[in-house]
Ligand binder design. Structure first.
Ligand code: BDR
Ligand code: CA
Length: 346
């Protein structure tokens, strides 16, 4: 069975990524590292625990990472993801505690338990993974595959003109992680940058499709003319929370002149982690600018091996329709089975 360790800063799109992973009953999600980013680390952990509660999967351990980036000052983005990181969704408070093993040690333990057989997925800042690699420099050699959502190469940044959020929050961590791959037998990670993840643009129609496939009623189609913050009345608990979360994300993107859409950066990376053939990649040596007054946190790709051997594979193209078909179908399955099982919590 495929084993995956997920590190995230949940977050609206991290939430969808988590639901997709939970929907993949053919994989073993061995643990979830909570890293501060979109919201503070304790809120990230609570969100992860709450989603597990909703889906009746409290057997999966949730680990808490560092409260601060390695060097930078912590910052969060509640304006993007809502005051608690899940948009307008009101998730139940978790009844199970986080693990006493911290996120970095959990990375180490998971790779030691499944050497050469574990897929790592990071959809938040790289603080926890960098901390794990500081403690155990051989960790990268034990991963079967690593997929990172982060960076912007030929696209504008979404945090500053040149930087993407996950890298901008902890540039030193990102630089350390990229520096640890592409040598000593550590397979270069697949990097899913904004260039590609911004093509995974969810529209209200996708939510209607999702709800219909889950058998949820009534079918709700968020509309830009709706009163902001309108709450879902869907009878399916997963769909209700997803619509409430995504409505906030749709409104955020619209307020930033992107249209009434929502970029599904993290669910896309989750899919790539399990189906890497869905992307075309190019090898490159990726490094992170740590000094520039205008460019600190910028990801720089050397595609011509001018500065060294490739340490990453940058995802450059995908089949967007196939991505949505897979994500919506699987999450709908999860929503349907959660509703019919006794463990689905309101
Ligand atoms: C990334 O930043 C976060 O806000 C999202 O969750 C995603 O991981 C996109 O730049
Ligand atoms: Ca994220």
């Amino acid at each position: 069975m495929t084993r995956l360790f997920f590190d995230c800063d949940t977050g609206i799109d991290d939430s969808l990524a988590l639901l997709y992973l939970l929907a993949r009953t053919d994989i073993d999600l061995v643990g979830i590292a909570s890293t501060g980013g979109n919201v503070p680390v304790d809120v990230v952990a609570t969100n992860n625990l709450s989603w597990l509660e909703v889906c009746g999967r409290t057997d999966i351990p949730v680990h808490i990472g560092a409260a601060q980036p390695l060097v930078a000052q912590m910052r969060t983005t509640e304006e993007t993801h809502g005051p608690l990181g899940v948009g307008y969704a009101e998730l139940p408070l978790p009844t199970t505690p986080a693990s006493h093993v911290d996120a970095a040690d959990a990375w180490i333990d998971a790779t030691r338990k499944h050497p050469g057989a574990l897929i790592g997925l990071v959809t938040g800042p790289l603080t926890s993974l960098a901390t794990a690699i500081r403690r155990d420099p051989a960790l990268p050699t034990r991963l079967a595959r690593l997929v990172i959502m982060g960076g912007a190469f030929r696209a504008h940044g979404n945090t500053t003109p040149t930087t993407e959020w996950n890298i901008a929050v902890d540039p030193e961590a990102a630089a350390e992680v990229f520096g640890a791959f592409g040598r000593d037998g550590a397979a270069p990670p697949i990097v899913c940058p904004l260039d590609l993840t911004e093509q995974i643009a969810l529209t209200p129609d996708h939510l209607v499709r999702l709800a219909a496939a889950a058998g949820s009623t009534p079918l709700e189609c968020p509309d830009p003319a709706d009163e902001p913050g309108l709450r879902s009345v869907a009878d399916n608990v997963v769909i209700r929370h997803v619509v409430d979360a995504l409505r906030f994300y749709l409104e955020f993107h619209q307020a930033h002149d992107e249209g009434y859409i929502a970029h599904l950066h993290d669910p896309f990376a989750a899919l790539v982690a399990l189906a890497p053939d869905i992307v075309t990649t190019i090898p490159a040596r990726v490094d992170v600018e740590l000094v520039g007054t205008l460019t600190r946190g910028m990801t720089v790709a050397d595609e011509r091996a001018m500065t060294g051997e490739p340490n990453a594979r940058i995802a450059t193209a995908t089949d967007v329709d196939a991505v949505f078909d897979e994500l919506l179908e699987r999450i709908a399955d999860l929503a349907r089975t959660t509703a019919t099982s006794a463990s689905g919590q309101a």
